[in-house]
Write a protein that binds this ligand. Structure first.
Ligand code: GN1
Ligand code: MG
Length: 364
């Protein structure tokens, strides 16, 4: 069976047979593979779930189903219009399952495609404000999710201590023999290690709570409509308990960077203060009501932490020989590492200012 016939046969596990169905690659995710599917009746997103990374696909899909049903019920209760564009809709298989497992061992899911939507890799302060409100609202809506806490789809996903343990193990093993050329970067990481593990300490002391978080608040995980109003938060694979400073920080890492996540030209990279301010004020508008003072005081730190964490993750993958993230060229993970480091330095240089902006936004 060729690739196209294979994809079609997977799609027909979820929808009725359709001779005219068209399937095209979609998006830029580093982990899953996505396709846009157009049938006679509707448009969908088909995704192959990377089960080497998400090892419990059934629990993962159950999480997404719980989260989307909860949000849908809230939107219905407040009489929102066009709900199908404001929350993801999972399409079950003909057998009623939330995913399909192929004989090859690959796992697939299908969702409705959100019509006339777009995402941005680069935004402006006003869009950042709207995105901030949307992620604040997302956390707020999930704060009363009934039942057990969500399943941790990747254990210790944003746990800096655990990330550093694996980093150090990779440095020690030096599997790909790449360590010699990158020793200074190892030092930069170690120099900041203690500071960056602070949230785990505060959690153990019982002063920093875990809340239901998105855990992948990249700027392009927000969909906007034709008038640049926020429609929907997407990519729900990692919605699970975490620190709010993580979600705040990951947006800043991606949305408030004047360069790209993998910019080869480090001069392009710095923190955009106006975007930072836009996001902080939008986020705090919706989140100030439930955040503790300690959480608010650590939001700007979250921007440093998530940038550092991403640097450590890309770097670990580079040292391991590129086994986790998709890469487009041989030293892509090293380029990403250096780009994240440059952003981290800019966040450090501007930290007092970032902190002032957050505290000012929290007062408004
Ligand atoms: C991955 O696949 P994508 O692009 O949504 C990663 C995130 C990283 C991000 C870096 C499950 O997200 O944690 O922050 O790449 N997702 C997973 O761009 O590891
Ligand atoms: Mg993701």
């Amino acid at each position: 069976m060729n690739d196209s016939d294979r994809l079609k046969s997977i799609v027909f596990q979820f929808i009725n047979h359709d001779d005219k169905v068209e399937i095209k690659p979609l998006g830029k995710g580093h982990i899953n593979d996505s396709y846009k599917v157009a049938s006679k009746e509707n448009e969908y997103v088909l995704q192959r779930i990377n089960h080497h990374i998400f090892r419990n696909v059934s629990e993962l899909q159950q999480n997404i189903s719980r989260v989307t049903s909860h949000i849908r019920a809230k939107l219905e209760a407040r009489g929102a219009s066009e709900i199908d564009r404001k929350v993801l809709t999972l399409i079950p298989t003909h057998d009623g399952a939330l995913y399909y497992k192929e004989d090859s061992g690959d796992y697939w899911r299908l969702m409705d495609y959100i019509k006339e939507s777009k995402s941005y890799d680069e935004i402006n302060p006003e869009l950042a404000y709207r995105a901030g409100m949307a992620f604040g609202e997302f956390q707020k809506m999930l704060s009363d999710l009934p039942g057990d806490p969500l399943f941790e789809t990747i254990p210790d996903f944003h746990n800096m201590e655990v990330r550093l343990d694996s980093f150090r193990a990779s440095v020690k093993a030096n599997k790909a023999g790449r360590l010699n050329e990158v020793k200074e970067l190892v030092k930069e990481i170690e120099d900041r290690a203690e500071e960056m593990c602070k949230p785990e300490k505060m959690y153990r002391e019982g002063i920093l709570p875990k809340r239901t978080n998105h855990c992948d608040t990249k700027v392009n995980n927000i969909l906007f409509d034709e008038n640049d109003q926020v429609l929907c938060v997407v990519d729900l694979d990692t919605v699970m308990p975490g620190y709010v400073l993580s979600d705040f920080g990951d947006f800043i890492r991606t949305g408030a960077n004047t360069g790209a996540e993998d910019d080869k030209n480090l001069d392009n990279i710095s923190v955009d203060l106006a975007i930072f301010e836009g996001y902080a004020s939008g986020y705090l508008k919706n989140a100030a009501s439930f955040l503790t003072g300690l959480e608010t005081e650590h939001l700007a730190f979250g921007a440093k932490l998530l940038t550092y964490m991403q640097m450590v993750r890309f770097f670990t993958d580079y040292i391991d020989g590129d086994t986790y993230y998709k890469i487009a060229y041989p030293d892509h993970n090293l380029v990403r590492t250096k780009a994240q480091f440059k952003l981290l330095q800019s966040l450090e240089e501007n930290f007092d200012q970032l902190q002032r902006i957050v505290l000012k936004s929290a007062r408004n």
